[in-house]
Unconditional design. Structure first.
Length: 226
């Protein structure tokens, strides 16, 4: 039995969400493997970079692309980022198109050691828009209790040591599927995106190409969108 009472398809008011109509690719493989249909969204600079040096926030895509991303958020059950993105950007991860705020998806954060700050916008808004924090079985219980008291839902999954130590993405996807997530939008960071692409778990990719930002861009280059 799923251990989260509020289904991902309900709005803040508790009424059923009415998803905007969208044409999605065949998800038979995802259903068979008990994982959501994964959509990978990236903004890529003209030299194939996806972030600034030092993890500093940098604007790559324009306003039209940003509006499309917010619509895509409304069309998905959940949106996923890694803890690095949370620490660097303090994102809200809601749909902010006029009149579509109630369509905001469940926010999912991969956080093996529960480093997400209690002062983050995600935690502060956890009672308005669901926040699920995926962590390891070894993360500290007091930190999990604080998140729970703030309205977040902590989900423990298996970890892996190869190719890099972290949460087992297969276990993450399975846990989300068990909780009713069928369409998952992944917005970063680079490590999460790379792992999903290498495992071929991203069934659709959306790359927003942008000009070269003024900030020095970080390596490595991202060539999966070519």
């Amino acid at each position: 039995m799923p251990d989260f009472a509020l289904p991902a398809y309900q709005s803040r008011s508790g009424s059923a969400r009415s998803k905007p109509p969208t044409i999605m690719p065949d998800t038979s493989g995802a259903v068979r493997d008990q994982r959501p249909h994964v959509i990978l969204k990236l903004a890529v600079s003209s030299d194939d970079k996806i972030g600034a040096a030092g993890r500093k926030p940098v604007a790559i895509s324009g306003e039209a692309a940003k509006a499309r991303v917010h619509l895509l958020r409304a069309q998905c059950d959940a949106i996923l980022v890694g803890i690095g993105t949370v620490l660097a950007d303090d994102p809200l991860l809601t749909c902010r198109l006029p009149g579509m705020e109630p369509q905001s998806p469940v926010r999912v954060v991969l956080d093996r050691s529960l480093r997400i700050p209690g002062t983050s916008r995600l935690v502060h808004s956890a009672r308005e828009t669901p926040l699920w924090v995926m962590t390891s079985n070894l993360s500290e219980a007091p930190a999990a209790m604080k998140l729970g008291a703030a309205g977040a839902h902590v989900i423990r999954v298996a970890t892996t040591v190869t190719p890099l130590p972290g949460l087992d993405l297969a276990a993450v996807l399975h846990a989300l599927s068990e909780r009713g997530i069928t369409r998952l939008l992944v917005e970063g960071g680079a490590r999460v995106a790379s792992s999903l692409s290498q495992q071929a778990w991203s069934t659709k990719s959306g790359c927003c190409a942008g000009p070269m930002p003024s900030e020095p861009m970080a390596s490595p280059r991202w060539t999966h969108c070519r």
